[in-house]
Design a protein around this ligand. Structure first.
Ligand code: SF4
Length: 182
């Protein structure tokens, strides 16, 4: 058990279910952090944000919301390197998480991105370790992917909205565009 204060970046409510359970078992004092300018369009962003607000309240989880919807900044960061956009996206979100964690005096940080088998797990870990070193704050690493299936079941149990694509407009295209074929 620990009473360390952990700042947890949250990508969405379904991905939060399992890590929240695990981190509570470990005894961390958890505060969530919402910062996801990578979710498009805005209606989808709002859907995921409101799903989290509702779930966090039910779970009595305090959450800091950085809700300025920095769509333009996100697009500027990835334009002309769309195929290599994910490292930029992870860096952007985790950097903001670390900055906020330092500002608010947390002991460590982590991210729910570590639960998804669809994300570039090792890259997320590498970027988080780099930022931990840069900003002198501990990164809590755990391979939450072992609980991915459990998390899916929990999110169904809680009736959470579950999105069909990662987040950015490019991932939405990857999911639905069939190259002009019917
Ligand atoms: S596919 Fe997902 S992780 Fe990659 S840039 Fe888009 S939203 Fe970010």
């Amino acid at each position: 058990m620990t009473d360390k204060r952990l700042f947890l970046h949250i990508c969405c409510a379904p991905c939060l279910t399992y890590p929240l359970k695990r981190l509570r078992e470990e005894g961390f004092d958890i505060t969530g952090f919402w910062y996801n300018p990578n979710i498009h369009p805005y209606t989808e962003y709002l859907m995921r944000l409101n799903t989290l607000k509702d779930f966090a309240e039910k779970q009595s989880l305090p959450v800091v919301y950085e809700d300025d919807y920095a769509l333009e900044e996100f697009i500027r960061q990835v334009v002309y390197r769309e195929k290599d956009r994910c490292p930029v996206c992870y860096y952007m979100r985790l950097k903001k998480t670390v900055e906020k964690a330092k500002e608010l005096g947390f002991d460590l940080f982590s991210t729910t991105l570590l639960v998804s088998p669809y994300q570039k797990h090792d890259l997320i870990k590498e970027i988080a370790n780099y930022l931990a070193n840069e900003y002198k704050i501990e990164f809590y690493y755990e391979d939450f992917r072992v609980g991915y299936r459990e998390g899916v079941n929990l999110s169904k149990e809680y009736g959470l909205y579950r999105q069909k694509y990662c987040g950015c407009i490019y991932s939405e295209k990857d999911r639905y565009y069939k190259g002009g074929k019917k």
